[in-house]
Ligand binder design. Sequence first.
Ligand SMILES: C[S@@+](CC[C@H](N)C(=O)[O-])C[C@H]1O[C@@H](n2cnc3c(N)ncnc32)[C@H](O)[C@@H]1O
Length: 387
Amino acid sequence: MSKFKIVAKTFAGLENVLAEEIKALGGESVTVERRAVSFVGDQALMYKANFHLRTALKVLKPIAEFEVTKRDELYDQAKKVAWNKYLALGKSFAIDSTVQSEMFVNTMYASLKVKDAIVDQFREATGKRPSVNAENPDVRINIYLMGNHCILSLDSSGESLHKRGYRIGQGDAPINEVLAAGMILLTGWHGEKDFIDPMCGSGTLLIEAALIAKGIPPGMYRKSFGFELWPDFNESLFTEICNGEYEKEIGCKIIGSDISIKDITIAKANIKSASLTKVIDLKVEDIIQLEAPSSSGIIITNPPYGERMKPQSIIELYTAIGNTLKNKFTGYEAWIISSSLDGLKSVGLKPAKKIDLFNGALACSYRCYELFQGSHKQAVIIKKRLV
Ligand SMILES: C[S@@+](CC[C@H](N)C(=O)[O-])C[C@H]1O[C@@H](n2cnc3c(N)ncnc32)[C@H](O)[C@@H]1O
């Protein structure tokens, strides 16, 4: 099978975990880029990347790369691509673009030029043209234009890969599935110890944790991928990938709670939809009341950031989170993501690690607290004495 360049897109801060996932799948020449990882592989690897990668949003196959020094050159260069290799008459297409270029201040203009090039090429050759369908196209084309450099790619994923297919309900502020999986993988957890999300909302972190612990590929729930509509789709190869033996026994507990009955009801529905009811325990509980179920484990949580709360309430909530962690979760490691620096300060624990991430447009800090017996300072001294 011939090999080609593949680019997986992700969120800022998750590039290195994505690179590790790609290496584990067998990607070659894995290179970390800005919000993306490029690698080399064959058609099977491209299918696997879509099916297995937890921290990829899109898997792109570049088909043309060129410089654009004048605006008209985008049309001319795009017209040189043999589009009939990728798109048949009677099929529809859509164009997504990431454009940062003084020549194309209006992003839509770049999409329009590439669309015109495709349509004109078909019309000149056959008198007919493929149609554009922005919502549900057969083939998605991606333009990446940075300054003068342009890459045209086919989007092998179709809908963004964060749309796993298990979510049937959401609370007020659900975390993106790709971000949730990335947060878990950044901690190094793969199911070795109990996992708790005490503010679980619709259950995204719990479900992603269960998928990781059980080795279930996130693509298992998807109805379709973009490459299934490509002219070269190899159905038997993809069926073989989907039918692999993945699921393994789980050796830890995965526990979620939330103060809101409504959120727990939504989480229950999502967990049922992912067929994980037997793996995840849920209850309605205020974090203040929470007790540790075992002597060690990991807490990963996404509390409210205070967007719709009074500043005093956010301080009180994060102080309560800090007190619960200090008083009841000795022996645990806790990770909290938040855009509220005042909130994070109120936790009152010294973070052992801080990672910058974005939750949508919100710049967040993802912090790790190691909950040793006694203060953090003492624990560091003890650790130093032991080495
Ligand atoms: C940002 S949302 C979590 C969203 C979740 N990660 C998801 O994917 O749906 C924050 C959650 O914290 C919960 N919450 C707020 N105060 C709480 C408290 N004192 N104890 C437990 N949960 C609380 C809210 O009900 C809400 O569901």
